[in-house]
Design a protein around this ligand. Structure first.
Ligand code: NAD
Length: 360
């Protein structure tokens, strides 16, 4: 078992990473100053797989456990779902010390996190991520949100968890497509921060795809370390943290324009990373061999790497311009300069983007 500390002063917390540690959740929770009533938020799929073990370990540690379910899927990451949990929390007497445990992937984590951040102006949040994507990314760093009918993640706050517990063992039941989606965010860390890690991924992509436990522990640990460093330096995205959005401007546009149905978040990010690398190459920022390495790794991870043929160029550019990353009318694009280093560009005009996309 490994512990990574996210050092944010009074908002610091530990990420516990290991194999077969889910049943230790009650023990770790007892180290925190939280109340005895716990609201576990999950979905029917994850509840069926891991609800019993979590409930038993929490009850065994002396907690009074209440379980609330939300639908399985991005379409349930809404205010309507959050309001149902506010009702449940109210009816069951959740108080300001009662922790909310998010047991599931990023959809559950973001929704439960938003509920924890807003109910009674904030109750303790415990993240128990059960997808690779959630273990390496969404459970760490404190971004919590629900979707608005017109845009993804646009209702949200920064709210750090009190503890994150990532048990690699739960990834055994994850469908292969979801494992691949998580790898997109893992590859992202190599491109934005650490070439050595990228190289390690190039060497170990096959065991990772096969779900080999040692390799998965390594990627969850390295990814969380990188994310922790970035978040410690810039908790609320006033500067550096924007590098974590590499691949996401295009990725979010692809997700939105295909109705959040065709691609998983990670798949859309896979496309977004390759498109952003191509854009960097077309602007002479990135060498061709590095572009080829990024594209090759995305492809070897089984992720899509091309924009869907039927997307209209105008729609894509409009969608970029509606992204949260637009400030003062300027679009922010994270572009790789080499593997391990990216630049946050705020000078890309509509014309540059249209000229580039015309060449696709
Ligand atoms: N807050 C952040 O910083 C952040 C970062 C990245 C992504 N996100 C958000 O995360 C969401 C995507 O998360 P995701 O990719 O985890 O998808 P998800 O939460 O929809 O989970 C994918 C599927 O896997 C199932 N599942 C979860 N754990 C399982 C397990 N152990 N075994 C079997 N099945 C399991 C789920 O029921 C679901 O059907 C998006 O809403 C995205 O916006 C947030």
């Amino acid at each position: 078992m490994e512990i990574i500390k996210v050092d944010l002063g009074a908002r610091s917390y530990n990420i516990y990473i290991g194999s077969d540690i889910l049943q230790d959740l009650g023990r770790y929770l007892k180290e925190l100053p939280v109340g005895k009533k716990v609201l576990v938020i999950t979905n029917p799929n994850v509840r069926h797989l891991y609800g019993k073990i979590v409930k038993e370990c929490l009850s065994g540690a002396g907690y009074n456990v209440l379980v609330g379910e939300m639908g399985d899927g991005e379409e349930y990451k809404t205010m309507v779902t959050a309001e149902r949990f506010y009702d449940l929390a109210y009816e069951s007497g959740i108080d300001r010390l009662s922790p909310v445990v998010a047991l599931g992937g990023g959809v559950v984590g973001d929704t439960a996190g938003y509920v924890a951040a807003t109910y009674l102006r904030g109750v303790p949040l415990i993240q128990v991520p059960t997808t690779l994507l959630a273990q390496v990314d969404s459970s760490v760093g404190g971004k919590v949100a629900v979707n608005h009918p017109r845009g993804k993640n646009i209702i949200g706050v920064f709210y750090q968890p009190h503890l994150v517990l990532a048990d690699i063992n739960v990834l055994k039941t994850l469908p292969p497509r979801e494992l691949r989606s998580g790898l997109a965010e893992v590859i992202k860390y190599g491109v934005i921060w650490n070439e050595e890690f990228f190289f390690w991924l190039e060497e170990n992509i096959e065991p990772l795809l096969a779900g080999e436990a040692g390799s998965l522990v390594h990627v969850v640990r390295e990814s969380c370390r990188i994310k922790a460093k970035v978040v410690e330096a810039d908790e609320t995205e006033s500067g550096l943290r924007a590098i974590l959005n590499y691949g996401h401007t295009v990725g979010h546009a692809v997700e939105a324009l295909t109705g959040y149905k065709k691609y998983t978040h990670g798949e859309a990010v896979g496309i977004g990373m390759v498109v952003a690398a191509r854009l960097a190459w077309s602007l002479d920022l990135l060498g061709f061999s590095e572009l080829s390495r990024i594209e090759a790794l995305v492809r070897r991870a089984g992720l899509p790497h091309k924009l869907p043929e039927n997307l209209l160029l105008e729609d894509l550019v409009e969608s970029f311009l509606h992204d949260k990353k637009v400030t003062g009318g300027n679009l922010t694009f994270v572009l790789p300069e080499r593997i391990g280093k990216v630049d946050i560009r705020k000078d890309l005009t509509r014309k540059i983007l249209i000229d580039f996309l015309n060449l696709r």
